[in-house]
Design a protein around this ligand. Sequence first.
Ligand code: TXA
Ligand code: MG
Length: 341
Amino acid sequence: METKRWNVNTNERKYKQSIEEAAELLKKGEAVAFPTETVYGVGADATNPAAVTKIFEAKGRPQDNPLIAHVATKEQLKRLVDDIPEYAEQLIDLFSPGPITYVLPTNGTCADNVTAGLSTVGVRIPDHPVARDLLKSCDIPIAAPSANVSGKPSPTVADHVWEDLSGKIAGLLDGGATGVGLESTVLDCTQVIPIILRPGGVTKEQLEEVVGTVMVDPALANKDEKPKAPGMKYQHYSPEVPMWLVEGSKGKIQQLIDEEQQKGNKVGVLASTKTANVLHATEILPLGENIHEIAAHLYDGLRKFKEGDVDIILCEAFSEDGIGQAVMNRLRKAATEYIKE
Ligand code: TXA
Ligand code: MG
């Protein structure tokens, strides 16, 4: 299949036409990738099981992993679910559109392969002009996982999507780099107290300011527990070579680099700009000055180090405050080893 690629820039003359063409393909039951404020998604009509199957096939995604349904407005969101608890209403009003997904009881509007047969559905209103215009233009709920091949880091620029899915999907709307760089927070809103199933763009601290207590799925901290979000049990975000996550001083990181280099290994380093500036290794990728910049550049960093270029990646561990919780969640999953000084 030839994948049509549109370069969309909100100021561009052809913007509207490109969005309409992409929306037409979605309405016809094709899979189309588009940018959101978190990562690129690959979408299909959430009410059409045959269309949704195309996403699973293109990504090589396990069937038991449910998809998030994307909509443009709160009214559209309400058309997909049975009942919304008071606290979820409050959160939707405050954080949506935005990087958060609410898990709510499904009313059956979304196809069974969107929900993987569960009694709940994940719903999200993305906050990106291209995503919102596309959703408004096609006026159907769009099931969309991250637009990567399963197991690879999520795409934060259109070239990542192209690398993984060109030839396998009908279209790709190229809207440049996404903003947050990590996926949405997945919040279970079916219980009296909301539970974070996947940390993401909206932080636990932000949620707690509104609803008081927020729980975190214990499986996030304990590998022996079964995660409540089916997708969290899979090894994700893996780079092509082994990656050590290192919690310790710059001196400790440099010591590990030196040891590996003495063995003849080429070492790639992912670290904050401040740390990167004082380290010496084969290749060093500074991720940014602060945790927000680090989040935005993380997946590109994980994709940059290819087999052949380096033999091992050392990544600095970051503080878990705010979005740091999501950054460290992804890094722990990507790492083959965790080293503490
Ligand atoms: O930021 C995002 O959320 C991106 C963009 C494209 O919107 N999407 C995304 O989708 O990350 P995906 O499929 O890569 O991850 C969705 C996660 C998976 O871990 C899945 O298991 C979980 O959400 N999930 C979806 N529906 C669920 C449900 N009904 N119950 C529990 N977990 C659910
Ligand atoms: Mg994903």
